[in-house]
Design a protein around this ligand. Structure first.
Ligand code: COA
Length: 141
């Protein structure tokens, strides 16, 4: 699998195609919430397996914090380590900037996934897009 920073319109559309399948079609998130105003300025990441987009995420850099959002792997490709590889690539991209820590809002079912790569819960549960989340954080060295 290769993970890249989307730099062409096609690569951005590939990232959006994964997010649409996972968040809008599978999880029922409202498209207006899924594609918010931050899509225009965010760094979009897409993973390809045999030239097919199978994973996506976006990064926002806010002051000294990296914010990871919209992490998704297409359903048939889950539980094979691709999500972890995507997260490692996201951390590497964030680490190229003057960033002290990474923050994300995790759907509660995905807490063990993020814990397996060193994130810690730092909030009570809350609802976002109608789905229960917690805030998680990881300090960078
Ligand atoms: N419950 C418990 N552990 C889980 C898990 C789950 N639901 N999903 C993954 N893990 C663990 C794996 O066991 C693995 O642990 P290990 O390294 O000790 O073996 C580790 O997390 C990595 O798993 P991986 O196979 O790389 O994860 P994935 O490719 O299935 O991707 C998601 C994980 C969350 C990205 C994927 O399930 C997904 O896209 N879900 C739908 C969208 C979503 O909810 N995104 C998160 C929004 S916050």
């Amino acid at each position: 699998m290769k993970v890249i920073k989307a730099s062409t319109n096609q690569e951005i559309l590939d990232a959006f195609s994964v997010r649409d399948r996972v968040f809008i079609e599978e999880q029922g998130v409202d498209p207006k919430i899924e594609h918010d105003q931050y899509d225009e300025s965010a760094i979009h990441i897409v993973s390809y397996l045999n030239e097919q987009p199978i994973g996506a995420a976006r990064i926002r850099l806010i002051d000294e914090q990296g914010k990871i959002q919209r992490v998704a792997i297409l359903k048939p490709f889950r539980n094979q380590g691709y999500g972890k590889k995507l997260m490692i690539a996201l951390e590497e991209i964030i680490a190229q900037h003057e960033i002290q820590s990474i923050q994300l809002n995790a759907q509660t079912h995905a807490i063990p996934f993020y814990e397996s790569i060193g994130f810690e819960i730092n909030s009570r549960p809350f609802y976002e897009a109608g789905i229960e989340h917690v805030s998680m954080n990881k300090k960078l060295n």
